[in-house]
Design a protein around this ligand. Structure first.
Ligand code: ADP
Ligand code: ZN
Length: 205
């Protein structure tokens, strides 16, 4: 955990940032250290994301490191599969989860658990993603990580979605894992969103 803060009892840590910013690496690092400290740790991840080695039963980082994780697609599934003895509960790709994750994280922290949540804080449009804003508010500790902009080398804080090499339209779906599209890490200046493709008449006035 960052800083010199000494937390006792339960608390929430959020690791936020764009894709490729090292959130999964950081989650894996914290989980491994908790295990070395002989804590009982349980790791979950949204199963919308099965891009990496180990498939849906692992948290994988873009550099290939993995740890085992339980795939879930709702906060309720986490609650149902919770190990009552777990002292540390980590969730990766938390931006895909429903509003129930906020109450669940608060409840776990209130019951003395260390809750580690990693997620992409902005969608491809650069707007807040899912419950990330709420989670960042209720957390004791927030670390916002940056990738490297593939265009200019500056710190990257935006997910650039490309479809056939072109910036995706503003009204394309927020959740789009894999498929024909691809993502790049970019800075604010290099980030590009195309005007709405369907419906919205573009005013050039
Ligand atoms: P996240 O969970 O935030 O998507 P990961 O932990 O999976 O990030 O991956 C981080 C790793 O991605 C970096 O250590 C680096 O090896 C790799 N990487 C690939 N592209 C970039 C980029 N544009 N900026 C920074 N790291 C990148
Ligand atoms: Zn840039």
């Amino acid at each position: 955990m960052s800083g010199t803060l000494q937390l006792t009892g339960g608390w929430i840590e959020v690791v936020a940032g764009v894709m490729f910013s090292g959130k999964s690496e950081e989650l894996i690092r914290r989980v491994r250290r908790a295990m070395i400290a002989k804590k009982r740790v349980q790791v979950f991840k949204s199963h919308l994301d099965d891009r990496y080695a180990g498939g849906i039963h692992a948290v994988g980082s873009h550099d290939g490191r993995t740890i085992e994780a339980i795939p879930v697609d709702s906060a309720r599934q986490i609650a149902l599969r919770l190990d009552p003895m777990a002292q540390v509960i980590a969730v990766d790709e938390v931006q895909f989860l429903d509003a129930g994750i906020v109450a669940l994280a608060n409840d776990l922290a209130a019951r003395g658990r260390r809750v580690i949540l990693a997620g992409t804080d902005t969608d491809f449009r650069g707007e807040p993603f899912g419950m990330m804003p709420q989670l960042m508010c209720v957390a004791e500790v927030v670390d916002k990580l940056h990738a490297i902009c593939v265009r200019c080398g500056a710190p990257a804080c935006r997910n650039q979605r490309l479809i056939d090499g072109r910036p995706a339209a503003y009204d394309s779906p927020v959740v789009m894992v894999g498929g024909a599209d691809s993502y790049e890490a970019r800075c604010r200046a290099c980030h590009d969103v195309a005007p709405p493709a369907g419906g919205g008449q573009l005013s050039l006035a």
